[in-house]
Each structure stands twice: as structure tokens, then as C-alpha cells.
Write a protein that binds this ligand. Structure first.
Ligand SMILES: [Zn+2]
Length: 251
């Protein structure tokens, strides 16, 4: 009998933790509550390019050069520890009109909620010390979130940002430049959010892919905007929808 007790406790523990860790109200709820953004519905030809895990001295600098060349704005989800190592890259991002956002300090996965909040604040302080700018956008490590995280970060004034599910380039796996290019060009639509990585490893393929993606999407008529620009656009569209609805009301 005794030998069943430990497995039973383990099973109960695992399910208890599972339940607590993965409770998730679902995309529709979070989207309507404005707590998480994946992408927006719009007919305007806009795209948000996002970069995680940097800044990296070499790759982020090369990406900034390309963005400048093509008059594109992007959003960088910065790892605080990397920002400390490369303050001049962070300052350049800011000065060139890109959006600075938070991707924790250590980039450790599955940290406790109090630790997460502490790391977000530490990264914010680092970014603020370099630029004088306070960021409010947060992307969780590996995109992992649950109710507890969403509630806690919302309470601290952060907006959680994901990406368009069909535009996770998986560039960190180094799938080949042409594959990344084709993937983005085939998938990109109005209001989408693309996920790239500028740090955390060798990002030569990301840089080379961007060299082809940027001019091509530009040729197709797209403008590259930041996540905050996109959120403002979403708000404007919603207000417009509400106005239209009011006009349509029967008398
Ligand atoms: Zn990351």
C-alpha cells in the first residue's frame, strides 16, 4: 500500500501545478479585454516587425542599418542583461525611432511571478537609464503566459505582446535564408506581427533574410510600424466601428 502513496502524491501535485500554471482564459477573452495583442484587423498595409532576445552588438547593429535604409520602424523586445552589455545599441534603437520593449532581464523560462515582475522592473530601469524612456510592452519568454502572469503584469501597467501565429519565423533554428524570406513573404498580411530574433545566437540568417524581405514588402506597399502604432490604429478602428454602429441604429 505504502508504495502507491508516493506516486499518488506525485500525480496530485503534478495536476495541481498544471492546473495553476496553465489556466488560460483564451485568446478571445484577452484580446477583447485588451490585455494581450497578437495582431490587428485592418485593411491598411501595415506590418509590425518584432525582434527578441537582443540587443546583440553585431546583429542588432546590422538590423538597425537595414531598417534605416528602408525607412522601417520595428519593436525590440530587449533582454535586460544584454541591454547592460550593449547600451550604445539600445540608445541607437531609441534615437532612430524604434520601440523599446521588455523581454525580462535574464531570459530564464518559467520563473515565478514575483521574480518575473522584479525582472521586468530591472530591465525597465536599465532601458530608462540609457534612454530616459519607459517601456510598457512585455513579451514573455518563449511566449509562455497564463492567467496569473497576465493579471500580474497588467496590474503593473504592462501590455503583453505576442505575434501572428503564422509569422513565427523560427529564425533561431537557422532554417536557411530563403526559407525565412519565403515564409514571411507568403504569410504577411495587413496588421500582422512578425517574430524575429536579433540576439541569443548566430543571427546571420535573420539579417540576410531581412535584406530581401524589407524591399519586397515595401514594393508591395507595406509600411513598417511599431507595436504601439498598431495599438493606436486598433483603437481608432474600434472607435470608428462604434460610431458606425451608432449611426446604423434604427430610429
Ligand atoms: Zn526570447
Amino acid at each position: 500500500m505504502k508504495r502507491f502513496v508516493l506516486p499518488l502524491i506525485l500525480v496530485l501535485f503534478v495536476f495541481g501545478v498544471y492546473d495553476r500554471t496553465f489556466a488560460d482564459k483564451g485568446r478571445q477573452y484577452y484580446e477583447q479585454a485588451g490585455q494581450i495583442i497578437w495582431e490587428i484587423n485592418t485593411e491598411e498595409k501595415v506590418i509590425a516587425l518584432t525582434f527578441d532576445d537582443g540587443p546583440h552588438r553585431k546583429y542588432t547593429t546590422e538590423i538597425l542599418d537595414l531598417l534605416k535604409k528602408h525607412d522601417a520602424k520595428a519593436t525590440f523586445f530587449i533582454v535586460g542583461a544584454n541591454a547592460e552589455k550593449n547600451p550604445e545599441v539600445v540608445l541607437r534603437m531609441y534615437e532612430e525611432g524604434h520601440e523599446l520593449a521588455n523581454h525580462t532581464y535574464s531570459h530564464k523560462s518559467r520563473m515565478s511571478v514575483p521574480r518575473l515582475i522584479q525582472e521586468l522592473k530591472k530591465t525597465d530601469e536599465t532601458i530608462y537609464a540609457i534612454t530616459g524612456y519607459s517601456s510598457t510592452l512585455f513579451r514573455p519568454v518563449e511566449g509562455v503566459y497564463n492567467d496569473e502572469i497576465v493579471e500580474a503584469v497588467s496590474k503593473e501597467g504592462y501590455q503583453l505582446v505576442m505575434w501572428s501565429w503564422h509569422l513565427d519565423t523560427l529564425d533561431w533554428k537557422n532554417p536557411g535564408v530563403n526559407k525565412i524570406v519565403k515564409f514571411v513573404l507568403d504569410g504577411a498580411k495587413e496588421g500582422n506581427v512578425v517574430l524575429f530574433h536579433d540576439g541569443g545566437g548566430n543571427r546571420r540568417q535573420t539579417v540576410a533574410a531581412l535584406e530581401k524581405i524589407l524591399p519586397e514588402l515595401k514594393r508591395e506597399g507595406y509600411t513598417f510600424i511599431t507595436i504601439s502604432d498598431m495599438m493606436r490604429m486598433k483603437e481608432k478602428n474600434q472607435n470608428q466601428d462604434n460610431q458606425d454602429k451608432q449611426i446604423e441604429l434604427p430610429k
